[in-house]
Design a protein around this ligand. Structure first.
Ligand code: NI
Length: 172
C-alpha cells in the first residue's frame, strides 16, 4: 500500500474544535486513512494523532507510546470510549502536533480502560497506564474538540493561541 503524509492542522482551526462523528464504514478508505495517519505521526515525529488533526472529523486515532528501546507498537483505535478511569492522577508534560513546540503539564487519571473497534469493526478493550494512558486520553479529547491547552488557565491559553496564529501567518 502506498502511504501518504497528511497535512497536520495547526491550532486554531474550527476542525480541531469539532465533536467528531463515529466511524460507520470499515472499508479500504478507513484502512488507508489509518495507515496515512500512522505514517504522518511517525514522520512528525509524535506518539499520537487524531483524525481531526488531519482534517477528518471522525472518531479515529492512532498512537504508539512505546519506549525508544522497545519495538514499535502502532495502535489504531476506532470509536474509542473511556469505560473506566482510576481515581489516582498523574501529571505529565504534554505536547501536541497541532500546537508545535509548546509543552505544559496536564493532570489526568493515571490509568484508564478504553473500549474501541479495530479496523475490521471488531470490539477491543484494554487498560492503559503510564505514557500510554496520557496519550490515549489526549487523543480521545481531540475527538471531542478538546485540546490539552483547554486544561490551562485562560491567560496562558490565549498567549499560546496568539503564538500559534503568528506561526500560521509565518508559514502561509
Ligand atoms: Ni494533540
Amino acid at each position: 500500500m502506498i502511504m501518504t503524509l497528511r497535512t497536520i492542522l495547526i491550532h486554531p482551526d474550527p476542525r480541531l474544535k469539532t465533536r467528531c462523528r463515529p466511524v460507520e464504514r470499515f472499508d479500504a478508505a478507513l484502512r488507508k486513512l489509518a495507515e496515512d495517519m500512522l505514517e504522518t505521526m511517525y514522520d512528525a515525529p509524535g506518539i499520537g494523532l487524531a483524525a481531526p488533526q488531519v482534517g477528518v472529523t471522525r472518531r479515529l486515532l492512532v498512537m504508539d507510546a512505546s519506549g525508544k528501546e522497545e519495538p514499535p507498537q502502532p495502535m489504531v483505535l476506532v470509536n474509542p470510549e473511556v469505560t473506566w478511569a482510576s481515581e489516582d492522577l498523574n501529571t505529565h508534560e504534554e505536547g501536541c502536533l497541532s500546537i508545535p513546540d509548546i509543552y505544559e503539564e496536564v493532570t489526568r487519571p493515571a490509568r484508564v480502560r478504553v473500549r474501541w473497534q479495530d479496523l475490521d469493526g471488531k470490539a477491543q478493550e484494554q487498560e492503559f497506564d503510564g505514557l500510554w494512558a496520557t496519550c490515549v486520553q489526549h487523543e480521545i479529547d481531540h475527538l471531542d474538540g478538546r485540546l490539552f491547552i483547554d486544561y490551562l488557565g485562560a491567560v496562558k491559553r490565549s498567549m499560546i493561541t496568539a503564538k500559534m496564529k503568528k506561526l500560521k501567518k509565518q508559514r502561509a
